[in-house]
Design a protein around this ligand. Structure first.
Ligand code: NAD
Length: 494
């Protein structure tokens, strides 16, 4: 794989690179300049159906599902090695397409490698149970692959979040059809090529680029699909759950957040400030679990804010490909307008912009989608910027006096994805961690995850978890088998 961007990318269906059936294409833009980057085939519902048909045939006819798990595991390890070997061009492709600093894209690719290794190790551990039953009978359960699984991914971690569900689905023996976000499909397409090289049979991993309401809905509605794994916004998640509900198929929804970060007065403020900056300015704040609401104990508020502000102002902005860059552009110009709109609205409502708050006008960056790390204080508690997901490098600040008030403010959100708390008090850490309504809680740690730790949210942040030891089993169905071992008339036990 060369490190340069190819002039044109196709869909990947049935083990082959194919143009969209209707000939459609889209030009992708470089987020750092808004100059054209490359052209990608842009499919329609027909291409979605073709991918589902290819997946269904591969599931039925290839040895993938029926092979013993250890063999699938070896193939997935092989894929992990190939991704590792091509890590640098893959990371560069992610950066050019999505905008994030190369250092972050390298971290994403390393995470994908670990994900494939982790699920490869689980592929031969998909075990059933034996269940005691009365009389001369034997009862056991089998775990079978679901069949064709549908995966719909967002643009903020294009490869990592796509593979977070695709990898375990493959490990369980399914055939996967992935729709990456329309703006950021390049690394998924590159990975599909590597999957073929690793020996994954044709049709077992398909990638269809196209619009959400067109390709996305066609995939979810197709009668051949047996499950949907969706990561994205709440609005689209609800629509997908509706469509999946009509088909009575399971769905996991990994949706948005408005995650609180609570800093108690006894916290190590230097570490907390670094963790807070990492958790809201990393990936330019385009993180579902960004720690976007700082809740700080009143006595340490000014000291902590000064530290966070200094860190925010030290961020070096630039194109992701520049090794000096610490924060890249937002993914697209319309997203930049949305983020700046949130800040302007808060300013208008009387909030105080502690730092940032403007689009970057430096001549070298003015054409890109850059916004400075922003801290907003004194916003009314019901302001949109405090309650809604901004999905940019924007931190709001609220104060509290007592721990109970901190927990109440933290839980006063329709979301429940992640929460962080910073304290040196062990009892408080454990007590508050249990009181927080969030699927993931960090103590003295910024948002951080591993393939072995469950990832998911409560409330409007979603249904179901990804990662962890259940991740492969979730892509199987359980079958109960009851065997009568006796003569024609089974003896009933007491
Ligand atoms: P989005 O919901 O707009 O799009 C996500 C995917 O769904 C894209 O591939 C899109 O093309 C597709 N889609 C859009 N409409 C569709 C439809 N009607 N039917 C089927 N598919 C459709 O989200 P986004 O803007 O790409 O991503 C940002 C959102 O994702 C944020 O809300 C963020 O919090 C969330 N997110 C959640 C997690 C998590 O793990 N919980 C991780 C990353 C991002």
């Amino acid at each position: 794989m060369s490190a340069s961007i190819e002039p044109r990318y196709n869909l990947f269906i049935g083990g082959a690179e194919v143009p969209a059936s209707g000939g459609g294409t889209r030009t992708l833009l470089d987020p750092a300049t808004n100059d054209p980057l490359t052209t990608v085939a842009f499919g329609t519902a027909d291409d979605a159906r073709f991918a589902m048909e290819s997946a269904e045939r591969a599931f039925r006819e290839s040895a993938w599902a029926g092979d013993d798990g250890a063999k699938r595991g070896r193939t997935l390890y092989r894929l992990a090695r190939l991704i590792e070997e091509r890590a640098e061009p893959l990371a560069l492709l992610e950066t050019r397409n999505m905008g994030k600093p190369l250092k972050e894209a390298r971290g994403d690719v390393a995470y994908v490698v670990r994900t494939f290794e982790y699920v490869a190790g689980l592929a031969d551990k998909i075990e059933g149970e034996t269940i005691p039953v009365p009389g001369p009978r034997f009862d056991f359960t089998l775990r079978e692959p679901l069949g064709v699984t549908v995966h719909i991914a967002p643009w903020n971690y294009p490869l990592l979040l796509a593979m977070r569900s695709v990898a375990p689905a493959l490990a369980a023996g399914n055939a996967a059809v992935l729709k990456p976000a329309s703006a950021t499909p390049l690394t998924a397409l590159a990975l599909a090529r590597l999957a073929k090289e690793a020996g994954i049979p044709d049709g077992i991993l398909n990638v269809v680029v196209g619009g959400g309401t067109d390709v996305g809905e066609a995939l979810v509605s197709d009668r051949r699909g047996r499950s949907v794994a969706f990561t994205g916004s709440g609005e689209v998640g609800q629509r997908i759950a509706e469509l999946a509900g009509r088909r009575v198929i399971p769905v996991t929804l990994e949706l948005g957040g408005k995650s609180p970060v609570i800093v108690f007065p006894d916290a190590d403020l230097d570490r907390a400030a670094k963790g807070i900056a990492f958790g809201i300015f990393g990936n330019a704040g385009q993180m579902c679990w960004a720690g976007s609401r700082l809740l700080v104990a009143r006595p340490v508020r000014d000291e902590l804010l000064a530290k966070v502000r200094a860190l925010a102002e030290a961020y070096h902005l630039g194109p992701g490909t520049d090794p000096a860059t610490e924060m890249g552009p937002l993914v697209a110009a319309d997203h930049l307008a949305r983020v700046v709109g949130f800040i302007e609205e808060a300013r208008g409502a009387g909030a105080r912009i502690v730092t940032g708050g403007v689009k970057v006008d430096e001549p070298s960056l003015a054409r890109g989608n850059f916004v400075r790390p922003t801290v907003v204080a004194d916003a009314p508690p019901d302001a949109r910027i405090v309650r809604e997901e901004v999905f940019g490098p924007v931190l709001t600040v609220q104060e509290f006096d007592e721990a109970d008030e901190a927990v109440r403010l933290a839980n006063d959100s329709r979301y429940g994805l992640f929460a962080a708390l910073w304290t040196r008090d062990l009892v408080r850490a454990h007590t508050v961690a249990r009181q927080l309504e969030a699927g993931m809680v960090s103590v003295n740690e910024p948002p951080n995850s591993y393939p072995q730790t469950p990832f998911g949210g409560f409330k409007d942040s979603g249904i179901g978890f990804e990662q962890g030891t259940d991740t492969v089993r979730q892509f199987t169905r359980r079958k109960n088998v009851l065997v009568n071992l006796g003569a024609a008339k089974p003896r009933r036990s007491a």
